[in-house]
Design a protein around this ligand. Structure first.
Ligand SMILES: Cc1cc2nc3c(=O)[nH]c(=O)nc-3n(C[C@H](O)[C@H](O)[C@H](O)COP(=O)(O)O)c2cc1C
Length: 245
């Protein structure tokens, strides 16, 4: 359709990287482009930490799974939702910042996610690839301790970046008709459409280049949603000063 849409449609997570390094100039250009993402009320409520220290990186790789690509990627970033810069701004204006509101949590988390997705797209536009690492939330307190992330900030996810050393096919997404509706929410989700999507995803899982398995989307989701994942997150976020009211 156009080169931007072609790029978006060619996305696939990359978990194996060549040894080619990403220089500071390239990373700075990627972050600068990513910062042009829309941001709620212009708050820019995020901080990105590049983890170069291999001892810290290895510790994060372990707690995230282990996930070896976290240790091996040329670049590993941690995206923090962060209200501290805003508190500094309030201090400059002799204002006491309101704290602990759920709305602030949503704002900062969404801002961090928009920035991160722009980072990935900018990197992909240069021929690089990457993968988000939600696994860092397995033990977010240790990530905070390792990277000295203060209260009023939390690590939302990590991201590996580098030049791809494999070329997996894109994962088929739900049909647009399953996610886009007009004027009102659907009375029910179309299970025939989901069954058709199961056949599509089953074909993908049986035929992709590695980690072949006889899997479907609904089976994978049922397994995922049928268990409790990271039950510590509520207490962790409250401890960091988020989501209190
Ligand atoms: C917030 C978030 C967290 C993720 N965490 C991980 C992770 O910890 N490890 C991993 O290998 N992939 C992770 N992924 C990648 C997803 O598994 C992947 O995007 C999804 O399966 C779709 O595949 P694709 O990106 O290749 O299209 C994460 C993706 C997102 C958006």
């Amino acid at each position: 359709m156009n080169p931007t849409i072609d790029l978006l449609k060619s996305h696939r997570s990359i978990r194996k990287f060549t040894n080619r390094q990403v220089d500071d100039q390239t990373l700075t250009a990627i972050i600068a482009a990513a910062q042009c993402a829309a941001t709620s009320h212009f708050v820019q409520a995020y901080t990105v930490l590049r983890v170069r220290d291999m001892i810290k990186r290895q510790a994060i790789a372990e707690l995230a799974g282990p996930q070896v690509w976290v240790a091996r990627a040329p670049v590993f970033l941690v995206f923090c939702a962060d209200l501290n810069r805003l508190e500094a701004a309030c201090g400059m204006q002799s204002t006491v910042m309101e704290k602990g509101w759920a709305e602030q949590f949503v704002t900062a988390t969404v801002d961090a996610a928009l920035l991160a997705q722009n980072v990935l797209i900018a990197a992909e536009s240069m021929g690089m690839g990457g993968v988000y690492i939600g696994g860092i939330r397995n033990d977010p307190q240790t990530v905070c301790d390792l990277l000295e992330i203060p209260d009023q900030a939390y690590p939302v996810f990590g991201m590996c970046l580098g030049w791809p050393a494999h070329d997996p096919p894109p994962k088929p997404r739900l049909p647009v008709d399953a996610v886009l509706f007009t004027d009102r929410y659907p009375r029910q989700h179309d299970t025939d459409m989901l069954a058709a999507y199961d056949r599509t995803t089953n074909h993908y899982f049986l035929n992709r280049s590695s980690n072949l398995k006889d899997e479907t989307w609904t089976h994978q989701m049922a397994e995922l949603m049928g268990r409790v994942i990271r039950p510590h997150m509520k207490a962790f976020l409250e401890k960091k000063g988020f989501f209190l009211k």
